[in-house]
Structures are given as C-alpha cells and as structure tokens.
Write a protein that binds this ligand. Structure first.
Ligand code: SF4
Length: 328
C-alpha cells in the first residue's frame, strides 16, 4: 500500500505516506538464515531469534539501508554463492546490531493504524453486504504470514461465531507449518473461533503416483489437496450437499504479476459459485511484517530460515536457493 524507506537508526523500515505502485517485498533476515548460507564466516552477529538482523529484497541483503551482500544461484545440493560487498558493516568488525523492532513499530504506528482500520472496515462492510446470501464465511488459513495477518484482522472485524477457519493440509507441509497450526488452533479455541483441518481422503503419495509430481502448469496439488478438501469439510460441517461460501484469503497483489490483476472480491474464479475475498490485497510485505511485530503474532519459523514464502516441501514454485535451504 505505502512506499517504504530504510530507517538507519532502527535498522528497520519506515512507511511513507506515498502510495506504492510496486513493492520489492522486503523480508526480515534472522541469524538462522545467515548461518545456513554461510555468512557467519564473514560477519559476527547475535544468535538470537527475537529480532531480525537485516532485511532482504530478492537476493540482496540490506543492513541499515546499505546493500552489504547478495547471493547467486544455488541448487538442491549446492550452497548459493555469497557476494560480500561490505566485509565490516560495523566499524572494526564489531557484531551486527539487530533491528530495534519496538522502535520501528512505534515509528510506523500512525500509518499502520490507518491501513488497519480501513481493512477492518472493509471486512465488516463485505460481511454485512453478503451475509444474507452466504452460508459460511471462512478464513482459508495456510500457515503463511499473510494468512496469520488476515485471520487476526477478521477476528477483530467480525463476531467470532460468524466465521470459521479452515486449514487445508496438503500432507506435504513444512514441519514448521504443522507446529504453527497447532498453536493457532489453540489460540482460536481460546477465542471461541471454530478451527478445522481439512485433508483429502488419500495421501499425497498416492496422488504423486497417479498424476506425477506437481508442476508449474499442472498444479493438481492445490485443487486435489487443498481447495476440494476444504469445501468438502465445510459441506460436512454444515450437512449441506452444496453450500455458498465466502473464502477470506491472505492473497496480496505484490506477490506476483498474476495476483496484481486480482479483484478484492470475485465469484466463481476458484470454484464455481464460491466467493473469494482478499482483504489484504493492497498490503505489501512491509505492512504484513509490521502488523505481525506490532501485534506479537506468531511467525512461521520457515521465514526465519530464509523462505520468502511458505508452501509445500516439494513445491514447483520454489526457487533453487530455497531447495538448498530445505536440505539443511
Ligand atoms: S504450495 Fe506448491 S505444492 Fe503446495 S499446494 Fe501450493 S502449489 Fe502445490
């Protein structure tokens, strides 16, 4: 939504009131990613998970506003090559200083509040407009950062008995996602929100034998192991043969060229007769991370290992660099 600049004092990001046309999708970099990639040979830094040490935009590593390294290539069995631009980002080789997360959040509080209130209002208005035509509103929870933020916004906007949360377990999930699901499920129970896990009645291994590995053009995995089981689960809960559902997702336009063309709300794009609503379509990764830090929300550990997106273990959309990280 908003443009950002680097804040050299906090080591974080600062939103500006300018509206962004395109985001480089910065992500926080924790010590574990630096260790996996071998940056520990070059720099010293605290091995503490509580705060990121720097940021990455694609393969560029940014420390207090300066590009200090990048990575090239990498594959399943080959470590990406490190290109070190600054051997001593801190004077005299002193340890790198983690981002001052609290101060960063304070400095972004006003713009974030505007964005959050607008989004909550949009969720509420959509619910009011469609509630007479829809059998069930549900958050399609994936375990990624965007769905964590969407769920939190929805639970602030709507009465807790007016929507469900459904996680479609593909049976190919990261173990970090399964851990997070268990924590989120418990949190939902404490908040009186119904949380369900939907699974296909057969294993992903059987599907691989039938269809072959998921491919970029033929991604049977999403339909067979996510969308269909989720809708079947909802039909089972409501004892309907067919139901009209509105799925609230964490889809964002800055994630890909295809998603930048999406509308906030659509009917039948994913499944015939079903509504899809993307409340944070205009949000950038900067705003997603700021919201998570401001509200102390859970972050899937996969992000701390260096993944920009959380999907399945053998996802055709995964980069070669990520294939290397998965092996570690
Ligand atoms: S994350 Fe990747 S492998 Fe998993 S369902 Fe989606 S496209 Fe398929």
């Amino acid at each position: 939504m908003y443009q950002y600049i680097w804040d050299t004092e906090t080591g974080g990001l600062l939103l500006t009131s300018e509206i962004s046309k395109f985001s480089k999708e910065p992500r926080p970099v924790y010590f574990r990613e630096l260790d996996i990639l071998g940056f520990g040979v070059h720099w010293s830094y605290p091995r503490d998970d509580n705060a990121p040490i720097m940021w990455a935009e694609a393969n560029n590593y940014i420390y207090r506003g300066r590009r200090i390294a990048s990575t090239k290539g990498g594959s399943l069995y080959t470590r990406p090559e490190l290109v070190i631009i600054e051997e001593n980002p801190e004077p005299n080789g002193a340890p790198l200083v983690p981002v001052d997360v609290q101060k960063m959040c304070r400095r972004n509080a006003d713009l974030m509040e505007t964005l959050v209130q607008e989004t909550i209002q949009k969720i509420y208005n959509t619910y009011m407009k469609y509630r007479d035509r829809i059998d069930v509103f549900y958050v399609a929870f994936s375990g990624g950062k965007d769905s964590v933020v969407t769920l939190d916004l929805v639970q602030r906007a709507l009465p807790h008995d007016q929507f469900k949360v459904v996680f479609g377990n593909t049976d190919m999930e990261f173990s970090t996602t399964i851990d997070l699901i268990s924590d989120i499920k418990q949190k939902c129970e404490r908040q009186d929100i119904d949380f369900y896990i939907a699974e296909a009645p057969f294993s992903s291994e059987e599907s691989w034998r039938t269809f072959g590995p998921p491919a970029r053009k033929i991604r049977w995995c999403c339909t067979v192991h996510k969308t269909a089981p989720v809708v079947n689960k909802l039909c089972e809960i409501f004892e309907f043969k067919k139901l009209k559902a509105m799925m609230l997702t964490g889809v964002r336009g800055d994630e890909s060229a295809a998603r930048s063309e999406y509308d906030d709300l659509s009917i039948g794009k994913k499944l015939s007769g079903q509504y899809s609503f993307h409340p944070i379509l205009d949000w950038s990764s900067t705003e997603v991370y700021l919201y998570i830090y401001q509200n102390g929300l859970l972050l899937n550990d996969a992000y701390k290992l260096g993944f920009g997106r959380v999907g399945c273990i053998m996802c055709p959309n995964s980069s070669e660099k990520h294939e290397f990280i998965k092996q570690q």
